[in-house]
Ligand binder design. Structure first.
Ligand SMILES: Cc1cc2nc3c(=O)[nH]c(=O)nc-3n(C[C@H](O)[C@H](O)[C@H](O)COP(=O)(O)OP(=O)(O)OC[C@H]3O[C@@H](n4cnc5c(N)ncnc54)[C@H](O)[C@@H]3O)c2cc1C
Length: 262
């Protein structure tokens, strides 16, 4: 269990950021589910609960999801269910149970760049930017590569569009971490294929997606895209599944996702 020396409810995001910089052991609190798994000794724990960051706002061009929004709010939000075939609500719906999803937060989940994350894989096939207090707005794929040390994620900004999307995953049992997860999308800019829990963090299969871009893909195009995706991404082994098993599952889930989008 983690320990906390001082607890501060931040009144402004500027205060939260200043406190975070004041000591290496200071930390932002999300829903604390993941923090509870570890033994971190937190100097000052910084609570963002009063900063109005638990909102999902639809603007003319975007949907913005505040960092303190729970996965349950993502799952039940009307706009997120309306756009992109509800790919974001679908991606979180299998994580443990409703009580758990009511506590865990979007900001912690994305900032931590967990390899197993269901949510990140789905976000990656949309036009998603991450807003950080210090680093500003950056595309999600860039954030996943570079991170943003000792910053605070304030919100996600997703461009609205008529993107069609699908989410697929495989778990050993209903409440376990995913062995593999896949999201597929097709929009005006073409196809996107994201594969996560490889067990490395989600990445886009760019070459494979390009193979789908010339007209309506036929069975042979789908097969070529599936094989290319497995070649261009790296897969590994852990207690949930071997590299070979993951590669085999990836082929099935990617093909299923492409067909669902079609
Ligand atoms: C038992 C268990 C099973 C899980 N299974 C799955 C699963 O199957 N699929 C899946 O996708 N996820 C799974 N998760 C992860 C979960 O969905 C959350 O992503 C995770 O718990 C982090 O959210 P939190 O709100 O609990 O973060 P916390 O535990 O509060 O924080 C996690 C880290 O993020 C930092 N942090 C928090 N908020 C911010 C912020 N706004 N800016 C910067 N840093 C911040 C904290 O300082 C901390 O280092 C699981 C988690 C647990 C504990």
């Amino acid at each position: 269990m983690f320990t906390i020396k001082n607890y501060v409810m931040a009144n402004t995001i500027e205060d939260a950021y200043r406190l975070l910089q004041e000591g290496k052991s200071n930390a932002i609190l999300g829903g604390c589910a993941f923090l509870k798994l570890g033994a971190k000794r937190i100097g000052t724990a910084i609570d963002l609960s009063k900063l109005n960051l638990d909102q999902i706002n639809e603007t003319e061009d975007t949907i913005e999801i505040g960092a303190m929004t729970s996965f349950r709010a993502v799952e039940t939000n009307e706009a997120l269910n309306k756009y992109f075939n509800g790919v974001l609500p679908r991606s979180v719906a299998s994580i443990i149970g409703i009580q758990f999803r009511s506590a865990v937060t979007v900001g912690a989940s994305v900032y931590s760049r967990y390899g197993f994350s269901d949510f990140i894989t789905a976000l990656l096939v949309l036009d998603t930017e991450v807003e950080l207090f210090k680093s500003g707005r950056i595309p999600l794929d860039q954030f996943l590569q570079d991170g943003a040390p000792r910053d605070i994620l304030t919100k996600l900004v997703i461009k609205k569009s008529d993107i069609k999307a699908s989410y697929q995953m495989m778990r050993n049992s209903a409440v376990d971490y995913p062995i593999l997860n896949v999201a597929i999308s097709k929009g005006a800019a073409g196809w996107k294929i994201a594969v996560g829990a490889r067990p490395q963090r989600a990445a886009l299969a760019m070459k494979a997606a390009k193979l789908l871009d010339s007209g309506e893909p036929k069975d042979a195009d789908i097969e070529a895209a599936v094989n290319t995706a497995v070649e261009e991404l790296t897969f590994g082994s852990n207690s949930r599944g071997s590299k070979v098993y993951r590669e085999a599952i990836a082929k099935g889930l990617i093909a299923r996702g492409i067909r669902e989008v079609l």
